[in-house]
Design a protein around this ligand. Structure first.
Ligand code: GLC
Length: 585
């Protein structure tokens, strides 16, 4: 009696179940490691590969399927390694190729797959190709690998077009030619030290296929592809006056209006530097390259801030990439209606091309969700938070973050976890400016705080130098005072801690195959509540995933048995505001 057995109608089915033997990446939980900030083995205050290898058992215990490592390649670190000088070697600050081999082998022994970062839109200005380009003459094959153009105006002193850099300032820099005269300009959508490749040059394409092979030969299981929507630019490089909307929703203007709601974006002019048709040919070639390789299946995951979702889904068509981060979900405010819309649209768009949805709430480019969700939800997401800016409500943010993660991990599909979110780490909001390294901060003259606040080294042990990050006292970015009580050793084995909550959700998700289940809206879903049923692929288990975003506590259906809760329920078993549950029904 009272059991909810038939609460859904066909119209409420959001997403059908996947086969039980679907490929691993359909439901994988992938943990992002930011190598500079996860674990330091040698005490220089910067994380490294041996540090990561030593801590891998922690991730096995956490219950993730794979790791994604942000760049560890040789780099002058003007953009924290997203400025690669040598794609086939490890920066000495992180270790050696031998250390990478050991890391990959150790992860595999522990049953953890390894995804590495591929940065194909630009190299570092210290890459040998760019050095050669600077040394060569205009029109030379060396310059032809990058986007060199003549300037405008009589003496060529104006940039070739009006494109800005995502990090602020102009998107072009003028070079000095060998004879000492001011010369051509080169395009850099990001920092001056990150020149964009010219992907119409076949040499560039061949080089990246060779880089893919190099890392596959070393045993990696896939690639996260940096700014996958940027590689091809519109022919003629026309001026553009619309909003850039890279990963910064505010576009260097914190007072900007909220980005358009779902479905409205289609009317926006398409920016000539993003999401051009030509990128898809590149990914078809890469997919074919990976599939032709012997050994296990390797995947490609697109980092592409592309709107609307139906455009993003084109990156994960059958013969292109396997996954694309669902940034619409990350960008959704704490609002039941918005969450309903984004979840529905995500399944509709991805199911149309047969791809899993790849949920994500935090990464190294955005304010951590434990802080983001504690900010005024009527304002756009800021690019970092400084001490003199509106501060998040830490308690509220963490409460919502735990509920948001319970929602994310209950949704069928794959999910990415950013290091430290399993501890409930907040954004660092009191970092002194002299530590800031994100080029955005300098390029906007501090107008934008930038991303350093989400990149702070992990706290492992409360009473240890650098909170157990490494044997030294110092860390490359200072750890906020609050990180001590959130350290791993403070949460391990503590019932109700964020770490134990993540562990138990990941264990249940694996057993119940939640990532492969079907999803149907539950009748409790309304303007205040997000509620759906995840039915396991064999139909034997039904999990109600419910998040209360309203002001009144919500009564669960009779007979529902709560297995996980993000916070205490009321005395009579109702779900309070900003709390999520998983319940067997
Ligand atoms: C991606 C990375 C970001 C980097 C940018 C330029 O968005 O995630 O960290 O700054 O690309 O490579």
């Amino acid at each position: 009696m009272g059991r909810v057995t038939q609460t859904t109608t066909d119209a409420a089915v959001l997403h059908p179940a996947s086969p039980v033997d679907a490929p691993w990446w359909h439901d994988a939980v992938i943990y992002q490691i930011y190598p500079r900030s996860w674990a330091d083995s040698d005490g220089d205050g910067v994380g490294d590969l041996p540090g990561i290898t030593a801590r891998l058992p922690y991730l096995r215990e956490l219950g993730v399927d794979a790791i994604w490592l942000s760049p560890f390649y040789v780099s002058p670190m003007h953009d924290a390694g997203y400025d690669v000088a040598d794609y086939r070697n490890i920066d000495p600050v992180f270790g050696s190729l031998g250390d990478a081999d050991t890391l990959i082998a150790t992860a595999h022994d522990l049953g953890i797959k390894v995804i590495v970062d591929l940065v194909p839109n630009h190299s570092s200005s210290e890459h040998e190709w760019f050095r050669a380009a600077l040394a060569a003459a205009p029109g030379s094959p060396e310059r032809g690998r990058y986007m060199f153009r003549e300037g405008k105006g009589e003496d060529g002193s104006e940039p070739p077009n009006n494109w800005p850099s995502v990090f602020g300032g102009a998107g072009w820099t003028r070079v000095v030619e060998a004879d000492g005269t001011p010369g051509q300009w080169y395009l850099h959508l990001f920092d001056t030290t990150q020149p964009d490749y010219d992907w119409t040059n076949p040499e560039v394409g061949d080089e990246f296929v060779s880089i893919l092979s190099f890392w596959c030969d070393r045993g990696v299981d896939g690639f996260r592809v940096d700014v996958a929507n940027a590689l091809v630019k519109e022919e003629g490089l026309p001026d553009f006056d619309g909003p850039l909307q890279a990963f910064d929703a505010t576009d260097h203007n914190p007072e900007a209006a909220l980005p358009p709601a779902h479905g409205e974006e289609a009317d926006q002019p398409r920016a000539p530097m993003w999401d051009q048709e030509g990128v898809h040919e590149i990914y078809r070639r890469w997919r074919a390259t990976l599939e032709a390789m012997p050994g296990p299946e390797r995947i490609l995951c697109a980092e592409a801030w592309v709107k609307p979702g139906s455009r993003l889904a084109r990156y994960v068509r059958e013969d292109e990439m396997h996954q694309a981060f669902n940034f619409d979900f990350l960008d959704t405010h704490w609002d039941a209606t918005q969450l309903h819309d984004v979840i529905e649209a995500s399944y509709r768009d991805n199911d149309a091309v047969g791809a899993p949805t790849t949920w994500v709430l935090s990464n190294h480019d955005v304010v951590r969700h434990a802080s983001r969700l504690g900010l005024d939800q009527s304002l756009p997401r800021p690019n970092g938070i400084a001490a003199d800016q509106p501060q998040p409500d830490a308690e509220l943010g963490l409460r919502r973050a735990r509920a948001a993660t319970m929602l994310m991990l209950g949704l069928p599909g794959s999910a990415y976890i950013y290091q430290g979110e399993e501890l409930g780490l907040p954004e660092s909001t009191d970092m002194p400016d002299e530590f800031r390294q994100d080029p955005t901060f300098a390029r906007t003259r501090g107008k934008e705080t930038g991303r350093d606040g989400c990149r702070v080294p992990m706290p492992w042990v409360r009473d240890a130098p650098s909170l157990g990050f490494g044997p030294g006292d110092g860390t490359w970015l200072p750890q906020p005072e609050s990180y001590g009580r959130l350290a791993v050793d403070q949460q391990e084995g503590v019932a109700g801690s964020t770490l134990e909550l993540y562990r138990s959700m990941l264990a249940a998700r694996r057993v119940d195959r939640l990532g492969l289940g079907s999803a149907s809206w539950h009748e409790l879903s309304d303007d205040d509540v997000v509620a759906f049923v995840n039915a396991s692929p064999d139909g034997s288990r039904r999990t109600l995933v419910l998040v209360n975003l309203g002001t009144e506590a919500v009564e669960l259906p009779e007979g529902a048995t709560v297995t996980h809760q993000s916070e205490e329920l009321t005395g009579d078993g109702r779900v309070p505001t900003d709390v999520a549950v998983w319940a067997r029904i």
